[in-house]
Write a protein that binds this ligand. Structure first.
Ligand SMILES: NC(=O)c1ccc[n+]([C@@H]2O[C@H](COP(=O)([O-])OP(=O)(O)OC[C@H]3O[C@@H](n4cnc5c(N)ncnc54)[C@H](OP(=O)(O)O)[C@@H]3O)[C@@H](O)[C@H]2O)c1
Length: 228
């Protein structure tokens, strides 16, 4: 049985990943920052033995210590850093406040990487650290003109992953930056073409196909390589 950590598990893609990994027989450690949503509560009632909820705001200074304590040395096979935010609706570098920009880069860039770096000793052989990034992160594709602050926060996430992957100790570790597609969630909006279920089943197939292949790659939910 695989042990999977999933952040941002109360709704959207995180809830979909939690549901899908439970259906595959995994044991899921689901990180949520407030009391569980009704959907997550229903899942936890149906899978009491295999779903453990960890209440934690990932932006908190104590988040990594808190999650480490909750895991109690559990070996993780997959750690999925999914929690993220859009940032201010205006997405304007000239209007953004210090607090807004700090919040965006803390949540999307720093919090997932520092949690991953803290958890690395708990990742088992053939384990995978997967970060839900975005195609908006690609500097080369330049698709973030309508959401430049969000795109910059995900580009910075990808940059940290690439820097980390070059550290000598990391040569046997699998790091994935994943684009889930444009998905109908609160963040993606109602006009998005993809359902959570289709995005999640694609991402899980991509993640599982990468097991045992060390390196740092930027892939979409269909397994296509994206340019950094
Ligand atoms: N939807 C898309 O089209 C799309 C496209 C590309 C990339 N992505 C990325 O995919 C990931 C999931 O997005 P989504 O569409 O599922 O978004 P969503 O429906 O807005 O869900 C975001 C989740 O992240 C959690 N979260 C945010 N900040 C957190 C924090 N500080 N601590 C703990 N949890 C936190 C939220 O918790 P609460 O419920 O407590 O707020 C929520 O569960 C994000 O990283 C997003 O950038 C999404």
């Amino acid at each position: 049985m695989h042990n999977i950590l999933i952040t941002g598990a109360s709704r959207g893609l995180g809830l979909g990943l939690t549901r899908a990994y439970l259906a595959r027989g995994a044991r899921v450690y689901a990180v949520i920052r407030r009391e569980p949503s009704d959907e997550l509560l229903a899942l936890s009632q149906g899978h009491a033995a295999r779903l453990r909820l960890i209440l934690c705001d990932l932006d908190d200074d104590q988040a990594t210590a808190h999650i480490g304590e909750a895991l109690q040395g559990t070996r993780l096979d997959r750690a999925l850093f999914n929690a993220g935010i859009y940032g201010p609706a205006h997405q304007d570098p000239c209007q953004v406040s210090r607090e807004e920009i700090a919040q965006l880069f803390l949540s999307n860039t720093i919090a997932p990487v520092r949690l991953a770096q803290t958890l690395l000793p708990s990742i088992g052989e053939d384990g995978i650290l997967a970060f839900i990034s975005s195609q908006m992160a690609s500097v080369e594709l330049a698709r973030a003109q309508d959401m430049p602050l969000y795109g910059a926060s995900k580009a910075a996430l990808n940059s940290l992953l690439r820097s980390w992957s070059e550290v000598p100790d990391m040569s046997q570790v699998t790091l994935l930056a994943l684009h889930p597609g444009w998905v109908r969630t609160e963040l993606g909006g109602a006009d998005a073409p993809l359902s959570v279920e289709d995005s999640v089943s694609g991402m899980i197939a991509v993640i599982e196909a990468e097991a045992g292949q060390p390196g740092c790659r930027f892939l979409d939910y269909q397994g296509q390589v994206l340019p950094w």
